[in-house]
Design a protein around this ligand. Sequence first.
Ligand code: DAH
Length: 344
Amino acid sequence: MKDRIEQILGEIEGLKCATAAEIEEARVRLLGKKGEITALFDEFRSVAPEQKREFGQKLNQLKTAAAAKIEALKAQATALADKAASGNLDLSRPGDDYPLGSRHPVSIVREEIVEIFRKFGYDVAEGPEIEDDYHVFTALNFPPEHPAREMQDTFFVTDNQKENPILLRTHTSCVQVRCMETMPLPIRVICPGRVFRNEAISARAHCIFHQVEGLYIDEHVTFADMKQAILLFAREMFGPETQIRMRPSYFPFTEPSAEVDVSCNICHGKGCNVCKGTGWLEILGCGMVDPNVLEASGIDSTKYSGFAFGMGIERIAMLKWQVKDLRHYFENDLRFLSEFESNI
Ligand code: DAH
């Protein structure tokens, strides 16, 4: 019996099985009900009592060694199977898609406008969206009965019957006032921001939109300086061939005032449906800062003069990309937003 135990131990040591089926076969052969080791346990019953202790220990060791070997072989086989499976990896399979976000078209255009004026030496300034009547209207020379002060146009935060009510700014021109109040002269600033008007939402109007305001105040600033700045801006924004034209207009805070058109960059002046056959597209309002506005903010209008302009960012973006419906800018539909690429 002793020889038999030694022999099986040796066998176990040298046991090599490649597959799960072979391992199972070895297990049954050794440890199964009719297995070799089980048979030795049967034989053990008839061993002489004085040898029982020695053989008993040996048999138990054999059984443990056989079970451990089978487990080790199983673990090895599983590891091999895993390795084989990873060998089936298709490295040419397309990876998982992690889409990158892109900038909102309004942000792209705002940055473009700001960058152009930054090159001309303008600083960037921002003011509060929740403003008071004084900065939005009074300091900008709006007469008390001006229709823009009505509930239909302006969202009021506090009672509009009381003095200097709080409201949502209806234009970024109020940032001009804040700059004139706080900045040392000369002032050259560009002020991008969000504005609010009590308008019914449609393809052409929205109650929230964005503007960029510009202000330049120094000694001897003339209308010609303004024209030059706007022409250079238009050429940077819409291309070097762009022409501008100015039409007389009216704003309470500028005198004289003008509206500026650029030559249509789609048909190059021939007339198309974007420019409605005129060859021109309106882009901004501007003018020489009214002396009343300078004086209201404590600037000596006999010494200083300046110009101001304001444009709608969505409007410029619509012209740039031929977007016909303003509502697209506010719906956050990824199919729309992912159309715009920028290097900003
Ligand atoms: N604030 C005007 C608007 O919202 C735009 C504007 C026109 C701004 C003329 C100006 C300006 O600074 O000079 O329609």
